[in-house]
Design a protein around this ligand. Structure first.
Ligand SMILES: Cc1ncc(COP(=O)(O)O)c(C=O)c1O
Length: 424
């Protein structure tokens, strides 16, 4: 009798466990199968352009803890072309296509040795366009190699002053005009026997195409002109600014960044100020740049310092892409409350500090922006939320900013163990 009861209890226990097991299994399976509301809404994006922007905004833990402020960085290095300039390249091309100044199959030209050229070369094929870049011939050869690998054509020219007609920016502008002239010439031609022929005074002659840089670009050209083209400002006013506002829940107090063309600070500061006039915006300016003077004293430079007077920029700063001695249309749109100066040593030390403490491997302008964020925190005190831009990663800066020998030759070897270089 006892053994029957024991067997019954055993069977009951097994049955209950099996019921419970099947319940949990079904529950687990059904949970796994049912798509979450988030994954339901996540449709695949349309091509490469969908991957530009919407970058994460992250808390920079080490700096936040050291300053008792919330210091947030917008991870622009995660854009497909590796920098904040992808947004600008997309906006410049889209606006040019919409206005008809650029047509599919045409060439976008730019005079740039930096990130903008790489971004234009990256996104142009997604619009069915080509990219032609003019750079000074003293720029590291890897830069042309990257651009060529991306499918752009590259012209290396002698470095001269911006006021010279053969400055690389002026040549880039000219190349777009030449491409347009060629396109209109070709439009007048008739294709006979597979050859382009031109109608000149009733005579028919072969179009001399083979000597032209644009022999294959017969759909016209467009000069991107990142310094003066306000599509640059709009990329940030309509994209980066609103993203920062959303991601911070609108609860930021301060924004700080350095300027090259000025598009980033101008677009973001204008947008944030419109949303909340109490948000304060600041510039952090590297050595050799006149913008600090412009913001704090209203004058940019002495007559001798004007960029147009220089035959070639002397060594001013190790940082790349930021600092300028002329007032661009983009920078003029900025809404700034003040400016700070940052040094090369501070930027180098900051980059190593962030690498060690946060695992952030950042380029020189991002490091300078973080110097700016700490300067702002020190001036305005604890409890503020400060946003800055992490423009690109350290991978583009190996030959100077992350090269021990280069740094030692310029007296910039990092030595700090904490943030003592900023007085913390
Ligand atoms: C790496 C990098 N960071 C920052 C900047 C500055 O941004 P902006 O031109 O919008 O002032 C540039 C500009 O070329 C850049 O290349």
């Amino acid at each position: 009798m006892a053994s029957v009861r024991t067997t019954g209890a055993f069977v009951a226990a097994v049955s209950i466990s099996m019921v419970l097991f099947s319940y949990f299994l079904c529950n687990y399976r059904s949970k796994r199968k049912a798509p979450s509301p988030i994954s339901k809404n996540k449709k695949p994006g349309n091509g490469l352009i969908h991957a530009v922007g919407n970058t994460p905004l992250i808390r920079i833990n080490s700096l936040s803890e050291a300053t008792c402020c919330e210091i947030l960085g917008k991870c622009e290095f995660l854009n497909p072309g590796g920098s904040v300039k992808d947004r600008v390249a997309v906006k410049i091309i889209e606006e040019a296509l919409e206005s008809g100044q650029l047509v599919c199959g045409g060439v976008v030209t730019e005079g740039s040795a930096g990130s903008t050229a790489i971004s234009l070369a990256t996104v142009a094929p997604a619009y069915g366009c080509k990219c032609h870049v003019v750079i000074p011939d003293d720029v590291a050869i890897e830069k042309s190699q990257i651009l060529e690998a991306l499918g752009a054509t590259v012209e290396r020219v002698r470095p001269v002053s911006i006021t010279h007609r053969d400055h690389y920016v002026n040549i880039a502008r000219r190349r777009a005009l030449e491409a347009n002239e060629l396109a209109s010439k070709l439009r007048k031609t008739e294709k006979i026997d597979g050859k382009f022929l031109e109608q000149i005074d009733g005579c028919i002659s072969d179009v001399e195409k083979k000597d032209s840089i644009f022999s294959s670009y017969c759909s016209g050209g467009f000069f991107a002109d990142q310094f003066e083209n306000l599509a640059n400002f709009r990329a940030h006013y309509q994209g980066t600014g609103p993203e920062i506002w959303e991601q911070s829940g609108g609860s930021l107090d301060l924004f700080v960044a350095a300027a090259g063309t000025g598009g980033t600070v101008a677009g973001i500061s204008s947008f944030l100020r419109e949303k909340n006039p109490n948000i304060k915006c600041f510039l952090i300016d590297p050595p050799g740049s006149g913008l600090f003077n412009k913001v704090t004293r209203g004058v940019m430079y002495t007559r001798e310092e004007a960029e147009g007077k220089r035959l070639k920029n002397p060594f001013d700063t190790i940082t790349e892409g930021i600092g300028i001695n002329r007032l661009t249309q983009n920078f003029k749109m900025a809404k700034l409350d003040g400016a700070y100066r940052g040094t090369d040593k501070e930027a180098v030390e900051m980059s190593r500090y962030l690498l060690k403490n946060d695992g952030l491997f950042l380029g020189s302008s991002s490091a300078m922006n973080c110097v700016g964020a700490v300067r702002v925190a020190q001036s305005l005190g604890p409890g503020h939320t400060i946003v800055t831009i992490l423009c690109d990663s350290g991978t583009r800066h190996l030959s100077k900013f992350y090269d021990a020998q280069y740094l030692s030759e310029h007296g910039l070897t990092p030595t700090a163990t904490g943030l003592e270089f900023l007085g913390i």
